[in-house]
Design a protein around this ligand. Structure first.
Ligand code: SF4
Length: 237
């Protein structure tokens, strides 16, 4: 896999391509074996807008953890209506959630980092892994400037954790690039962005931030910045 990635970098100069070109290349190359993972943040709606204009039948999926904001559910419906598409919604395993909640409580994530990671594993990672079994590549909205945990991401990577190729078309975009695109193309976005939430995850684990804080400061705000990933984006090459 690593050799294949290096060949792609060399042959296609992917890291120097625009987001749209990267996405077009990915959708064409992987056909029906690629999916766009969306949590309906600002980057995700940009990718949806770009992707649907390239291929209206592209598979777009989301993980419904059962703990999302009302505004996120409303946005899912708005996006489906706007683009006339069906978003594939993946859910956690009922028995896994039941066992976890009965053993550790419904808000276990506030107890400590291990409990938070367990909840993310059951509600996000396990459903994602099930979905990725069907794919050769997936597309994410990760950007280098989002946090200290994301400064080294590339537009194409080997996702060693999940053993497939991962495409990050917006890797080198700034926050301003994202919002310029959204305004220019009138893309629907999560209303929470206008209330101090630049990064949106599950409702109990996301808070609004002040203008002097970094973008992901409101995610799992009780944890150290270096630990603030849910595990969906394990280290890659
Ligand atoms: S973000 Fe919070 S509620 Fe959502 S899966 Fe992770 S720990 Fe659970």
């Amino acid at each position: 896999m690593q050799t294949a990635i290096e060949d792609i970098h060399t042959d296609l100069n992917i890291d120097n391509r625009t987001a749209k070109d990267t996405l077009r290349w990915a959708l064409t190359t992987f056909g029906n074996k690629i999916g766009i993972a969306s949590s309906f943040g600002a980057e995700d709606v940009v990718l949806i807008d770009m992707a649907v204009k390239i291929n209206p039948a592209i598979n777009i999926f989301t993980l419904d953890t059962g703990r999302l904001h009302r505004e996120t559910y409303e946005l899912i419906e708005e996006i489906q209506e706007r683009y006339n598409i069906n978003i594939e919604v993946r859910f956690p395993d009922n028995n896994r959630v039941k066992e976890m909640v009965e053993t550790h409580g419904v808000n276990l994530f506030y107890q400590n980092s291990d409990m938070r990671k367990l909840c993310c594993r059951v509600r996000k990672i396990e459903p994602l892994l099930e979905k990725l079994k069907d794919l050769d590549a997936w597309v994410c909205g990760l950007r280098q400037e989002q946090s200290v945990t994301r400064t080294d991401i590339h537009k194409i990577e080997t996702d060693q954790l999940n053993n497939i190729i991962k495409i990050n078309p917006l890797a080198d975009w700034t926050d301003q690039d994202v919002w310029t695109y959204i305004r220019k193309h009138n893309v629907p976005f999560n209303k929470l962005h206008e209330r101090g939430y630049p990064s949106i995850g599950c409702e109990p684990c996301t808070r609004a931030i002040s203008t002097c804080e970094e973008i992901r400061a409101g995610r799992w705000w009780w944890e150290e910045p270096e630990k603030k990933e849910c595990g969906l984006h394990g280290r890659r090459n």
